[in-house]
Ligand binder design. Structure first.
Ligand code: TXA
Ligand code: MG
Length: 311
């Protein structure tokens, strides 16, 4: 059931949440599959619909910055990052009891963000709670950037239609622990901006001392095989394949060609990435070749998703 984002429909969706149901809703990154974060039976439905393992924790979405204190403890060092909200930036903080264990997979921390999307904010406000929501796709599959992507994977659930999402790639996730900030997932919020505010580099948790469940090697995957390429001219057999490219116009005779951005704009490329992977995946082909991008700014998040899609 696709609901146009009228105030009546947003109220209707909020009633579904209050009654313990699930609703897919737009954010500035990708669509989320939401349930009342304080209702463990409702949250369980998310895991069932997505076929998601229970050890993969959910992000809790709030409508006002100050709500962060209702669900988590806020170390002083993190306060200035909260000022960046609403933004595609998830911050993992020590959780309060109001958030049931199923949301955080038993961790004593919770990922929180305030989305930069008016429909999402109105929906959370009307629900009068906090909304636990993963991306609205089947586990390990491509994230949805349009309502049709959700219908394809999850069937006919209530979906608030917010059109195509602006960023098209998930939020950046960071965690503060013992005086350091760690990057758990690169995403739509540029790392350089965070580093400017905290005045130091984000740490990458190479020793796996930080708990970051859910960062599976295979993720964001179409059904077709994804292959990352640097130089398209070296591909031996372009037939039966699609090519998703960023900068050079393809020379070879691919069955389908998709430009990530006509203006070679990395922001536009990120916002089109999942949609083009969905489109390529629907074609009768064997391989999806994707041109690599420079790992700088949003390029870090794009390459993170591509490497996982290619596993
Ligand atoms: O942009 C987004 O972040 C979207 C929209 C809907 O907000 N949501 C999203 O959720 O991408 P999901 O569930 O697909 O990815 C969330 C990831 C989890 O897989 C997990 O790795 C991490 O967030 N996460 C959540 N809570 C955590 C915690 N307490 N500690 C460490 N990692 C956590
Ligand atoms: Mg996801």
């Amino acid at each position: 059931m696709i609901l146009s984002p009228t105030i009546d429909n947003i109220k209707k969706a909020a009633r579904i949440i209050k009654n313990g149901g699930v609703v897919a809703f737009p954010t500035e990154t990708v669509y989320g599959l939401g349930a009342d974060a304080t209702n463990k039976d409702a949250v369980l439905k998310i895991f069932e619909i997505k076929k998601r393992p229970k050890f993969d924790p959910l992000i809790v979405h709030i409508a006002t910055k100050s709500d962060v204190l209702k669900i988590a403890y806020l170390p002083k060092e993190v306060e200035k990052l909260i000022e960046l909200w609403p933004a595609p930036l998830t911050i993992v903080l020590p959780k309060k009891k109001i958030i049931p264990d199923i949301v955080t997979s038993g961790l004593d921390s919770v990922g929180i963000r305030m989305p930069d999307n008016k429909i999402a904010i109105d929906f959370i406000k009307e629900s009068k709670t906090f909304i636990a929501a993963p991306s609205a796709n089947k586990f390990t599959k491509l994230s949805p950037t349009k309502p049709q992507h959700i219908l394809k994977q999850l069937g006919d659930i209530p979906i608030i239609d917010g059109g195509k999402t602006v960023y098209g790639i998930e939020s950046t996730i960071i965690k503060y622990q013992n005086g350091d900030f760690y990057l758990l997932r690169p995403g739509a919020f540029e790392l350089e901006k965070i580093e400017k505010i905290i005045g130091k580099k984000l740490k990458r948790d190479t020793n796996k001392r930080i708990e970051a469940p859910g960062q599976f090697k295979k993720h964001y995957s179409p059904d077709k095989k994804v292959i990352i390429v640097k130089d398209e001219t070296k591909i031996k057999n372009p037939k039966n394949s699609a090519y998703i490219y960023f900068d050079d116009n393809p020379q070879k005779n691919f069955s389908f060609k998709f430009a990530l951005s006509k203006n070679k704009d990395i922001r536009e490329a990120a916002s089109n990435l999942f949609d083009l992977l969905h489109k390529a995946d629907e074609k009768k082909i064997k391989f999806i070749y994707v041109q690599r991008v420079l790992e700088k700014g949003l390029g870090v998040a794009i390459m993170d998703r591509l490497k996982k899609a290619a596993k």
